[in-house]
Design a binder for this molecule. Structure first.
Ligand SMILES: Nc1ncnc2c1ncn2[C@@H]1O[C@H](COP(=O)(O)OP(=O)(O)OP(=O)(O)O)[C@@H](O)[C@H]1O
Length: 265
């Protein structure tokens, strides 16, 4: 069983912007771990580094190490990282909107032998039966929730051991978000997955997670088991404060609101 371990990682963009500073974290086999933090905290950077897709953005691991199952991911091509068992569902889903649902899902199976792809596709439709009637529809016409399922299905095609999701709740209605998170919890068991999850919606992320890390300006400022984080006054104030039933604003909204206020004053 493979464990993900990030040890004292430092990541720069363009050799000038330090996006991650001395970050260490682990995702044990079968664990769900969430990364919380405001915009720009470095969450996506960390996922991209693990997936090996920072190159085009001129991002570089300058110190520390990223290991999966005892093997260093540094310097590995993104395709090799998928073969090693790590798949990512990117922020904003990034589907090929002119291709069909099935073509999008199959896209994720490029590392599988051709003879296994049909079987795996059938398994994906068992996980997401709601996609079956839409299999020949162009992905761009699907609802946001259905598109998120396609994106998750595409990532699962490669039979990953670790699934990473970057803001799965982005732009989705609360009911759909709840369904997506239920699916994430089911997948962990059904597929024997470890999951690393980036979320702005701290409450729902912590409710499904075993462990959480809070990043601020590239550093880990809190970490612990999910229950402890949910109960901690700091987390409640900074990350859950606006997430009340009478005012369902996310932290993102809170930040935007503060920013707007600064501009206006
Ligand atoms: N391609 C890039 N080139 C230069 N700097 C970047 C690039 N991508 C991100 N950054 C910077 O790195 C830092 C971390 O950004 P990152 O996108 O990882 O944060 P985040 O926590 O995922 O935020 P968000 O929720 O907005 O996606 C920020 O200061 C950001 O401006």
């Amino acid at each position: 069983m493979a464990e993900l371990s990030v040890i004292n990682a430092q990541i720069f963009y363009d050799r000038t912007v330090e996006a991650i500073r001395d970050v260490s974290l682990t995702v044990a086999p079968g664990e769900i771990v969430c990364l919380l933090g405001a915009n720009g905290a470095g969450k996506s950077t960390l996922l991209k580094a693990i997936s090996g897709i920072m190159g085009p953005e001129r991002g570089l691991l300058t110190k520390g190490s990223l290991n999966f199952g005892g093997v260093s991911l540094a310097g590995m091509a993104s395709e090799q990282i998928v073969r090693a068992g790590i798949s990512q569902v990117p922020e904003g889903r990034r589907l090929f909107v002119d291709l069909t649902v099935e073509e999008n899902i199959l896209m994720g199976g490029f590392t599988l032998p051709a003879a296994e792809r049909g079987q795996r596709l059938a398994e994906i439709y068992q996980i997401f039966p709601d996609l079956v009637p839409h299999r020949t529809r162009v992905a761009g016409y699907l609802s946001g929730g259905q598109q998120q399922m396609v994106a998750i299905g595409r990532a699962l095609m490669a039979r990953p051991k670790l699934l990473m999701l970057d803001e799965p709740s982005l732009g989705l209605a609360p009911k759909i978000v709840a369904t997506i998170f239920e699916t994430i919890a089911v997948l962990r068991k059904a597929e024997g997955l470890s999951i690393l999850l980036v979320e702005q919606n701290a409450r729902i992320a912590l409710e499904v997670s075993d462990k959480g890390y809070v990043l601020e300006r590239g550093r880990v400022v809190f970490d612990g088991d999910a229950r402890t984080l949910l109960d901690s006054p700091e987390i409640q104030e900074f990350y859950l404060g606006m997430d009340r039933s009478d005012d369902r604003k996310s932290f993102r909204d809170l930040k935007h609101y503060r920013r707007r206020k600064r501009w206006l004053s």
